[in-house]
Design a protein around this ligand. Structure first.
Ligand code: GLU
Length: 466
């Protein structure tokens, strides 16, 4: 079964609960526009050909939004499936975007930086000229194999081709700060997932049902993937929640330490060595697939799709699975886990933090002002006045450090993370309430929430009333 078929089976299940009509459902599931490009780039005096796609799954709100992936495994079906996940994701977290995704079939590790820049610019030129990148219509972001570097190259290309677009900086998100990026975007997906886990631990009924230990820090956690999402998630869990992460997996194996891995040391090591092998922070085993089967309480697949399938599902021991990656569990494996009582918090909600902060970045770009720029000092001044008044009335003197701590007005990162936390918590409440009503899995409830919101657009737009 393809990735797209897997996603659509989930959609069908929840649509049935909502009594969706078949014609609307077919329309919603279909890709609304798609481009396939072949780019020829001259490298070392030879033409190299690359194939890429950009799929727009929905346009009920514009722009359509979603990452751009560089990987050898990219194909049209996966790109379409990932674009559809973006639609459902944005609706769940109330982000006013349609869903899109793009991909280029390439192993970026085989190319030098100037080569990658030339390839990215050629790819971007095609997409821009065909209307598949624009601040108003279609806005890419980093994904597997891309980062703020590629977004900057795309931005440059867009600016050159469309110099009269005053909102040009909004043509991509996840770009460097000095090019109109937002503080916190790189960490946003990981940080958002941490907020999801914190929210779960505020619900004692879920903890009981999952047979987890009461406190987050008492549970054994495994993370598969130490890329941008996995490493930032681990960083926040370790530093803000004291979490015990006993194993971290990468493509070549996994690092294990039964007492919990020192994540800060691991991040430093990984930055220097581009690997988590031979660290002294635990032992490394060259058997990546074994990781998912280890004894643990919480399992977080944060790498690629389709890693938990009918072939390994019976070997899993986790009580709670947090889907940080897109589509890590196959449809059939998902059904088995649900029947076994394993709680799965689904991708379309869990990893939405990236697009949430992308939205803040895009708003910043089209409003041409940084969040907090106007009011920060005013806020601080007012707090100072309150402290002075209290000191005067109580005839005391608040010490300098306390004043410094309370007085700090919100800067851009504070606001981005505060908006992120609020969004993730509100979305959880929506899913949780629906789950109580329909008495199905978190995934079915999440799709239910999402589809219900999207359906509203089709009644408003003059489609037959449903
Ligand atoms: N690639 C990320 C995702 O799959 C981010 C998308 C975005 O920010 O547009 O959610």
């Amino acid at each position: 079964m393809s990735f797209k078929e897997n996603v659509n089976l989930h959609v069908d299940k929840s649509a049935k609960l909502l009594n969706f009509s078949n014609d609307l459902l077919e329309h919603l599931k279909s890709i609304h526009s798609l481009i396939k490009v072949n780019v020829g780039v001259v490298l070392n005096e030879k033409i190299h050909n690359f194939t890429g796609w950009r799929a727009v799954h929905s346009e009920h709100i514009l722009p359509s939004k979603g990452g751009l992936r560089y990987s050898e495994t990219v194909d049209q079906d996966d790109t379409e499936a990932l674009a559809s996940l973006m639609t459902y994701k944005c609706a769940i977290v109330n982000i006013p975007f349609g869903g899109a995704k793009g991909g280029l079939k390439i192993n970026p590790k085989n190319y030098t930086m100037p080569e990658l820049r030339a390839i990215t610019k050629a790819f971007a030129t095609k997409l821009i000229n065909k209307g598949f990148i624009s601040p108003a219509l279609n806005v890419p972001a980093p994904d597997v194999g891309t980062s703020e570097r590629e977004m900057e190259w795309i931005l440059d290309t867009y600016k050159t081709l469309k110099p009269d677009d005053i909102n040009y900086r909004g043509c991509v998100t996840g770009k460097p700060l000095h090019r109109g990026g937002i503080t916190g975007r790189t960490e946003a997906t990981g940080r958002g997932i941490e907020e999801v886990i914190r929210e779960i631990f505020r619900h004692k009924d879920i903890i009981k049902e999952a047979r987890l230990k009461n406190e987050l820090k008492e549970n054994k956690i495994i993370i598969q993937g130490f890329g941008n999402v996995g490493s930032n998630l681990a960083k926040h869990l370790y530093n803000r929640d004291n979490a015990k992460i006993i194993a971290i997996g990468e493509h070549d194996g996994y690092l294990f330490n039964k007492d919990g891995i020192d994540i800060n040391a691991l991040i430093e090591f990984n930055q220097k060595n581009k690997s988590i092998n031979s660290t002294k922070l635990g032992y490394f085993k060259n058997n990546p697939s074994e990781l998912l089967e280890l004894n643990c309480d919480i399992l977080i697949p944060a790498a690629l799709e389709n890693v938990i399938t009918i072939d390994n599902v019976d070997k899993l021991k986790a009580k709670l699975i947090i889907e940080a990656a897109n589509g890590p569990i196959s449809f059939k494996a998902d059904k088995k886990l649900y029947e076994k009582g394993v709680i799965i918090i689904p991708d379309i909600y869990v990893n939405a933090g990236g697009v949430v902060v992308s939205y803040f970045e895009w708003v910043k770009d089209i409003s041409h002002i940084r969040f907090g720029r106007v009011e920060k000092r005013f806020q601080e001044q007012k707090i100072q006045e309150i402290i002075d008044l209290i000191d005067k009335k109580t005839e005391t003197k608040t010490d300098f450090n306390t004043i410094k701590n309370i007085m700090h007005g919100a800067d851009e990162e504070d606001l981005a993370f505060s908006g992120l936390e609020d969004t993730m918590r509100n979305a959880f409440t929506e899913i949780y309430n629906v789950k109580k009503k329909i008495k199905k899995s978190y995934r079915e409830s999440a799709y239910y929430v999402s589809l219900k919101k999207i359906r509203n657009f089709y009644t408003e737009e003059g489609f037959p009333k449903r």
